[in-house]
Structure formats: structure tokens, C-alpha cells
Design a protein. Sequence first.
Length: 339
Amino acid sequence: MFARFSNDLAIDLGTANTLIYHSRKGIVLNEPSIVAINQETGAILAFGTEARKMMGRTPSTIIAVRPLRDGVVADFEIAQKMLRYFLNKAGSKRYISKPTVIVAVPPVVTSVEQRAIKDAAYGAGARKVYVIEEPMAAAIGSGLPVQEPLGSMIVDIGGGTSDIAVISLGGVVSSRSLRVGGDAMDNSIVNYIKNKYHVLIGERTAEELKISIGSAFATHEDGHALIRGRDLRSGLPTEVTVSSEEIRKAIEEQISRIIDAIKSTLDVTPPDLVADLVTTGMTIAGGGAMIKGLVQRISRECGMPVRMAEDPLTSVVTGAGICAENMGLLKQVVLPEKR
């Protein structure tokens, strides 16, 4: 009876996007983890989607910042205000009873950052706050049998981090976490265009290139894209055409590091679980999983089946939402308080 009226929330506090899942309504918020600030007064002008519109298009007095960088909280105060705003927007203070909040965080989060995230959630009206790791949430949200005595492998490629974990019986058996993700790929594309064509482009343009023609493996979908930027020699606007092969070359270092981390995780995984993985394969989730050809590239280099999660962008928040609805599962996967 109580479950029917539950208003518990789950949060994927990501470097690129923040998603909030309501226990009865599903995903109720999906916005960029960006805050627009007036440098002169320190006043916050906008959060999320509105702040993203200002990126690269603001006067010198206004900056659009990401309070989370490389999977960690870069600015505690702004991150807390952003989380509080998103929770309030999702309606956390409108409920008769305060909600329980489940927050998914990268494994690299420190005790101070974990405490800051919890404080922000309590400040937004949470009754109780639990923290779980993103790879575990992604595995649950992808439908992997995490509670069974069977090896399941998840690779969660987010904006700031890539997290790899082998899970069995509700626990992480082996894992790796590296601060390489979509943001690092975008920066590599910016630098590649700058060095080869002497043209400066913004992060948004780099991200659009990665999504539209970027790939980790040569595919029949290879193509070209026309981009606009500033010529560094003349200072004037200019256009250049780039190919899928060039974008693939630009992000090769990040792709290789992720694959090396997958191999390192398999190296320290018990042989019986590795034997399971030969059959069950590996699941990739997160925004980075959607790079064309990545499934084929990882499968070829690791010699095992690889599949993309059904909805890679929402796997983490969906998994955290399932935990919010299943207290028995939550108790198995919740992170203890770091000291």
C-alpha cells in the first residue's frame, strides 16, 4: 500500500547530465549538469538546459561552468545548489512525506564529495539519502542478473569517467575506473581541429561532430561534416570539412585507454567468472557507448560478445530507481559511509 504512494527519487549525478527518476512516474528530469554564473556578482543566473544555451555565447561577465569534472565534484557549493535546484524542480518539497533519495556516483568519489552530495540532497528535502556506485546502478538498469552467482560485466562510459566492473552475487568482484569519457573525447577533437586546420571550435561543436560522424571502428556509415569556427591565423570565421576517419583518429587515445582498462579488469577477475563472461558477454552503457563501431571494436579486441544497453543514456538512473523501489536490493548495493 505504501509503495503505491511512495515519492522516492533516484539521481544520476553525471558530469554531462543529471537525471532524476520518480518511483511512480519514471524519469522526471534530464538536464545538463551546467550552471551559468555572473562573475562580477557571483549570482547564479541559470541551471541545466537554460545554462547550456549560454555556453560559448555569453559576455565576459557570465560563465557557464560544470560543477562536476572528470566524475568528481569540482565546486562543492555550486554542485550543491545545482542538485538542490534539480530536486526542487522534480518536486521533492511538494510531497506530504519527505522522499528517500538514491544517488548514483562514480567509484572515484571521495568521502568529502560523498558528504557534500548527501548534504545537498538533505537540504532539498530528502528524508534519507543512500549512495550507490554508478557501474552497479548501470548493471541493474541494463537488466543484468547482478544477484545471481554468475559473472556480469558492465562498462559505463560517461562524460567524465569510464567505469568497468565485473559483478556477481550483488557485489563488485573486480573493477577499474578511469577519468576518461565523453568530455576528454570532445577536448581531443577540439585540439585535433586546432592543430591540423588552425581552426578553433567550441565544445558543443566537437560533441556534435563526435555524435554525427565519430566512430571507434570503420563502418559503412563513415561520412563528412562541415564545421564552422575561427581561423587562428586571421581571426576571421571560416569553414572546414572533416571526415569520420579524422574524428576516429582524434579520439583513438581515449578509446584505447578504455579498452586497456577492460582488459586489466579481466586480468584480475577469477577464472570461473571470466568463463561465464565468454557466454554472457559484456554490456556497455552511458553516452559514450553510443559511439558508432564501439561495440564491434571492443568485441574484436577482447574476444567476447558485447552488447549495448537497451537505453544506455538512462541505464544508471533506471538502476538507481529500481533500488529505490526494492529495499532488499538497495541494502545489498548501498555504499557504506566513507570516513
